[in-house]
Ligand binder design. Sequence first.
Ligand code: C5P
Length: 399
Amino acid sequence: MWTQKRVVVAVTGGIAAYKTCSLVSKLRQEGAEVKVAMTKNATSFISPECFEALARTKVYVDLWGSAEEIPHISLGQECDLVVVAPATANILAKMAHGIADDLVSTMLLAATAPVVVVPSMNAVMWEHPAVQANLKILADRGVRVVNPDVGNLACGTSGRGRFPELDRIMAEMAKAVTVQSYQGKRVLVTAGPTREYLDPVRFLSNPSTGKMGLAIAKAAWQRGAEVTLILGPCETKVPDYINHVPVVSAEEMLEAVLSHLANTDLLFMTAAVADYRPKCEAAEKIKKTQSDLSTLELTRNPDILLQVKAVRRPEQIIVGFAAETAADLVELAKKKLTAKGLDYIVANRVHKTDKGFSSSVQSEVVILGKDGSYRHYQEINKEELAHSLCDLIATANQL
Ligand code: C5P
């Protein structure tokens, strides 16, 4: 995402300035070319040399520099994104009212790149009508505001004002530089395994982690969609900008999918749904005896996609996934595409030990579309696959 993207990080004078070091470091690790501008006040919290070491380039503080460079103009015009982190109440006020009295505020007035602000301050300051009015002016003007978190604040109090988690800042920044092709679309994603209980403490399941579904949920959100993730039991943490519906069994997942379907434009069914469940679930823990437990009677679970096929609207886009161990991936994918009435299918090869289910890399992936779309990857990581799939669907359907 960030490879070769040029990002200007403007640091203003709040205690959270030290957290911006992690942001600069993360951006660099992800391949971005980072330039840092600081206000004089910010340098009281953290030294420019610290950012110089992280960004591996000169840090801009003074409005008055050499004749060859005019940083207050070039910085915000020769980059893909400007992020102000932390953004103090002071810089928000200056931005809202067009005050340009130092390098950072003047650069922001001259910026032509998209701007993201990450306000961080005392909770009383954050709630002050003047700050809120300034934020509204900025938001109406197209500045992307990353609201602060609620939690402990440096001043010893707690409330809303904390510098947000790095992942959320990075996600909001990614959104600010992405074409909003899914704007107005409601996306439903299922992910993770299901659990089919034998008794109160034992169940049948599989090693799905929900990573593929989460990657799709994030990619669709980044493109402007409103996203709901129906997630089976797994460790995956769902960010708060994605609506999270936790479920346990295949039957619960079916119910959740059907109840959201009418309000869905695109369904991505990445969940590894158990095909069978125990015929009866014992009310008490099954006791061990001296003899074998010779039979475990199973019954078929509903096929969620087949039920969706029966009630879907033709304009809805339905995407199925298939994890296969069989040799002919493409043939199998074609059959499933038709049998399940899908618009697209993503088939991948799974093995007992390596890539697939729980890995962040998928080995051999085929995307097939009813519209003739075809993509084949020998190996691809789940994030890249999610972006590729979302873009393919957006292009093919003129989203
Ligand atoms: O037929 P198969 O289970 O291989 O198809 C996989 C696709 O069907 C996946 O998209 C999976 O989420 C979905 N599925 C389903 N209901 C089931 C089992 C799988 O919708 N009971």
